[in-house]
Design a protein around this ligand. Structure first.
Ligand code: NAP
Length: 244
């Protein structure tokens, strides 16, 4: 039986690495993105080169109508949904007194509402199969105070909370929900920080290096596998020891 995974924000970074890894694991992949069509199509081509099927879906995950339309299209193309990886997220660091309303709304909408929108639609599809996996990409910032990240940390703390609640609600339906909380991972999201700050961050990591998107993808892959069929509601921290 062919299995399908939807990875949100899979045009770049962690989402792309997860999409490629799950394709290697035998899933067909729905590649969600927001604006970067060329990059999303690149991900699709790389997945197809691995022998899996894939299609790109442009949808702002914070827009419930766009999300519903995406899930309808995924059902038409792939028939079923086995895995949702809620990954699409934004970071917009600002000290408390500098936070502006637009940035605040955008972060709350994408990082929290977007995850709930997709989980809701995925659960509707997974109920019928009495099985499914939802993996929420959180952040170590959810458990660690990082100056300038009060909004980002709050959104990721919310993801940890909703992972536990969703896990409890969905367990009777055979749907397992877990989260991965990465530390610093070398993607576009991180490349915006100045070199001196990057060096300061590296120095604070016991393993003295940033993680890679593939490090995160490996954990997501494991959480989707049969080896993890009795674990739900957990947040796996993957940070080179940063939070210790
Ligand atoms: P990234 O390189 O900036 O990529 C972000 C991805 O999300 C892109 O594919 C982007 O699509 C998509 N996206 C953004 N807003 C969206 C929306 N409204 N609807 C649909 N897609 C949207 O980010 P990343 O570093 O891979 O981070 C991915 C996730 O990991 C995020 O949840 C982030 O908080 C978390 N995380 C990252 C790090 C890190 O150090 N990088 C650490 C901890 C946690 P477009 O290409 O179309 O813009």
């Amino acid at each position: 039986m062919e299995k399908t995974a939807l990875v949100t924000g899979a045009s770049r970074g962690i989402g792309k690495a997860v999409a490629l890894r799950l394709a290697k694991d035998g899933y067909n992949i729905a590649v969600n993105y927001n604006s970067n069509t060329a990059k999303a199509e690149e991900t699709v081509s790389e997945i197809k080169a691995l022998g899996a099927d894939a299609e790109a879906y442009k949808a702002d995950t914070s827009d419930i109508n766009a999300v519903k339309a995406m899930f309808r299209e995924i059902k038409k193309k792939f028939g079923r949904l086995d895995v949702l990886v809620n990954n699409a997220g934004v970071v917009d660091d600002a000290y408390l007194l500098m936070i502006n309303q637009d940035s605040l709304s955008r972060s709350l909408d994408i990082n929290i509402k977007g995850y709930i929108n997709c989980a809701q639609q995925a659960a509707l599809k997974m109920y019928g199969n009495k099985s499914g996996r939802i993996i929420n990409i959180s952040s170590v910032s959810s458990v660690l105070a990082v100056e300038g990240q009060s909004v980002y940390s709050a959104t990721k703390g919310a993801i940890n909370s909703l992972t536990a609640t969703m896990a409890k609600e969905l367990a009777p339906h055979g749907i397992l929900v877990n989260a991965v909380a990465p530390g610093f991972i070398g993607t576009d999201m991180l490349s915006s920080i100045p070199q001196e700050l990057a060096e300061k961050y590296i120095d604070s990591i016991p393993m003295k290096k940033f993680g890679t998107a593939e490090d995160v993808a490996n954990v997501v892959s494991a959480l989707c596998s049969d080896s993890f069929s009795y674990m739900t509601g957990q947040v796996i921290v993957l940070d080179g020891g940063l939070s210790l």
